[in-house]
Design a binder for this molecule. Structure first.
Ligand code: SF4
Length: 334
């Protein structure tokens, strides 16, 4: 458990493990996503095809044009436009440099991890992945190597490749997207995989000594406590090491946005999102590291909720509420 918060934070985990402040450099390897290929009808219903990125990587030109309005996103629900491997390798150098500069100057980082963050970062041939991962890991003596992907992009040869980096870093993590532990919901949000595939991937990673973090979304259509319990039990039963919790954001240009403007969907207020967060935290194994508690969509991409606490207020209110009623992560864990 973290020193002053009623949940186990990633920051504290890193401090306890490495005795220094470790920060991630999030990079975009230029990957696309199988769920956005033609036969998968435009990808997950909440995805605006922009890809997760660190704030410091959004400034300047970059090599991929970033969307700046809903209209641009609406025009593109297909796979990502591909660019040459040469350019992607070059871009990794630039991104790592930018990340180093920012994290050393702003946070006085004492160590860095490499985080292939955007899109599906194992969606390529093993040869191409090896070139990109080799390049990234050659740019600095990184502490951890973290790769974000989908459960259906973790074939045995990809996992073997990840394992081959064990002597280069202190730890390897794979972030495996889940969003919900309910097959009906996965179908509803067009995830393009089921729970069995997720279980298979997590077990394979664990067999090889790779740590797993997973992403979940609270407030998805048709989900309430019964569905949340299934998600929580799945995460606990699989001994997943870390979780990122996101409240549902409606992003411009997504399939959910279409439903939202037709009035078919509502999103949780800050207070509701906090209550749901508490529901999850109290039932998750207290050993699980909490890496995220809310979505932080840039305002120009966010359609709803528009009036939502910023990160510091959300965390402060969450802590206040949990402290008030003496609630802790895992106090209802069975
Ligand atoms: S798996 Fe990720 S990148 Fe692919 S459609 Fe879903 S959210 Fe978007």
């Amino acid at each position: 458990m973290s020193r002053d918060l009623p949940w186990r934070t990633y920051k504290q985990y890193l401090l306890d493990t490495y005795s220094k402040s470790v920060y991630r450099i999030g990079v975009d390897g230029g990957f696309s996503c199988p769920n956005r290929e033609k036969d998968r009808s435009g990808g997950c219903v909440f995805c605006d095809a922009t890809g997760a990125s660190a704030t410091y990587q959004r400034k300047g030109e970059g090599i991929w044009k970033r969307t700046s309005s809903f209209q641009q996103v609406i025009a593109d629900r297909g796979p990502r436009k591909q660019i040459s491997l040469e350019r992607r390798l070059k871009s990794l150098e630039e991104q790592v440099e930018k990340g180093k500069k920012f994290l050393f100057e702003r946070y006085e980082a004492q160590a860095l991890s490499l985080y292939f963050q955007a899109w599906t970062s194992t969606y390529a041939s093993v040869e191409e992945l090896k070139e990109l991962f080799d390049k990234g890991l050659s740019l600095y003596p990184f502490t951890e190597f973290i790769v974000s992907t989908r459960p259906d992009c973790l074939e045995d040869d990809v996992i073997e490749l990840l394992v081959s980096y064990k002597d280069k870093v202190d730890d390897i993590w794979v972030e495996v997207g889940l969003q919900s532990g309910n097959d009906r919901t996965l179908e509803r949000i067009n995830r393009g995989h089921n729970i069995s595939k997720f279980i298979e991937s997590v077990n394979k990673l664990h067999e090889k000594g790779i740590k797993v973090s997973t992403h979940i979304i609270t407030g998805l259509p048709s989900e309430s406590n019964k569905e949340y319990d299934n998600t929580i039990n799945l995460i606990n039963d699989l001994n997943i090491e870390a979780v990122k919790i996101h409240n549902l954001d409606i992003l411009g240009g997504t399939a959910l946005f279409d439903e939202y403007i037709r009035g078919e969907l509502t999103v949780a207020s800050s207070k509701r999102a906090i209550e749901t967060c508490i529901y999850f935290l109290r039932r998750l194994n207290p050993n699980i590291i909490i890496q995220r508690l809310l979505c932080e969509t840039p305002p120009h991409r966010l359609a709803a909720p528009r009036k939502f606490y910023d990160k510091s207020k959300f965390i402060q209110q969450l802590q206040k509420r949990m402290d008030e009623f003496d609630m802790r992560q895992g106090d209802l864990f069975e």
